[in-house]
Design a protein around this ligand. Structure first.
Ligand code: SF4
Ligand code: SF4
Ligand code: FES
Length: 361
């Protein structure tokens, strides 16, 4: 362990730890933008500068390794002034057409801008440099006018999703993220997982489906129902409706990562066509033979009625045509225990080995 002092607090951290992570261990927050604990350090935005005793210039805490006896200050008047200048410089190439709302945005950039009391409308660029919504991706909204070139999207796509869609094009003032070799996201093999959106600290990459939905009233942490991985996600709820899904950094199996289904496949929840109660065909409910044409209308019933009819028809089919006339297809949406029970149901109740699972698809 390396011993150092940060803001007069003694801290111990394993060798190789950055000053930023060591400060976090001591409960000290250092402002960051290009850094994210899931991603390889980049050291690009310089917002995390700290003063090390004896050093001539401030250093970036996200790339500076701890060393024995190091004495670090994170919030001196000079550092605060430098951070204000850095934020003003970042905002000088940032443009939001909705100037009244820009400063209120719930993004990492705007949270630091508010903390360091920067006047957004005075500091912001006077005109856009890029078209808004510049990519036809159905889920990711791209507005490079809000980009601060932090490269978190590039690293998230490469290191978390493994798709290498984003790269940085051009140099200096014109540097900007670009999918592939200047194509659009889907042509650059994007899987629309939204990881780049989740890691973007400015809203330059945003969720198209919920762009104007505003802030949620509350977050409901839950488990994705699409497959057996069981990713943790946050349902963003407003006025009793799910307006978007966001990553929960504490997700035990997935961290910040989600696939396209977990992140964007939530519109079924309030869809008017969604079945929320069981239904059976009227002829089954009334114990009549199947109609000569079609199968008759659906009738909404309670669960006991629906299950009793299903059980009776399965029993009749097995008894009339043999156990192998029934096949069972179970689902990755079920718990392991439920799938185990389906296995028992197929083999021991019905008497067939014809059972499969959609996770094999
Ligand atoms: S949505 Fe996912 S796959 Fe597509 S660019 Fe973003 S991180 Fe890469
Ligand atoms: S799009 Fe977002 S994540 Fe990517 S470089 Fe720009 S600000 Fe950073
Ligand atoms: S957070 Fe350290 S340089 Fe950006």
């Amino acid at each position: 362990m390396v011993r150092l002092t940060i803001n007069n607090i003694p801290v111990e951290a394993p060798e190789g730890t950055t000053v930023l992570r060591a400060a976090e261990r001591a409960g000290i927050t250092i402002p960051t933008l290009c850094d994210h604990p899931d991603l390889t350090p980049f050291g690009g935005c310089r917002l995390c500068i700290v003063q090390v005793k004896g050093a001539r210039l401030p250093a970036t805490a996200c790339t500076l390794p701890v060393s024995e006896g190091m004495v670090v200050e994170t919030e001196t008047p000079a550092l605060i002034q430098s951070r204000r200048t850095i934020l003003e410089l970042l905002l000088s190439t940032y443009y939001d057409a909705d100037q009244a709302q820009a400063a209120l945005a719930d993004t990492e950039l705007m949270r630091w801008v508010r903390k360091y009391e920067i006047d957004v409308s005075a500091a912001m660029a006077r005109e856009p440099r890029y078209p808004v919504d510049s990519d036809p991706n159905p889920f990711v909204h791209v507005d490079l006018n809000k980009c601060i070139q932090c490269t978190r999207c590039v690293r998230a796509c490469a290191e978390i999703q493994g798709r290498f869609v984003w790269g940085m094009a051009e140099r200096g003032y014109n540097t900007h993220p670009v999918p592939g070799a200047g194509t659009d996201m889907l042509d650059a093999r994007c899987e629309s997982c939204g990881a780049c959106v989740a890691y973007c600290p400015t809203g330059a990459l945003d969720n198209k489906m919920s762009l104007h939905a505003g802030a949620p009233d509350r977050l409901v942490t839950t488990t994705c129902t699409y497959c057996g991985v069981g990713c943790t996600l946050d349902l963003n709820v407003k006025d009793g409706r799910v307006i978007r899904v966001t990553s929960n950094p504490n997700g035990a199996v997935n961290g910040m990562h989600l696939c396209v289904k977990g992140r964007y496949g939530y519109d079924f929840i309030h869809h008017p066509d969604r079945l929320t109660r069981p239904r059976v065909r009227r002829y089954l409910l009334e114990g009549q033979p199947r109609p000569a044409e079609g199968r008759g209308e659906w009738v909404e019933v309670d669960w006991d009625t629906a299950l009793a009819i299903a059980a009776e028809k399965l029993r009749q089919t097995r008894d009339t045509h043999g156990p192998d006339s029934v096949g069972v297809l179970t689902s990755a949406k079920c718990l392991n225990e439920e799938n185990y029970l389906m296995n028992k149901f197929a083999r021991q109740v019905i008497g067939t080995n014809t059972i499969d699972h959609c996770a094999r698809l």
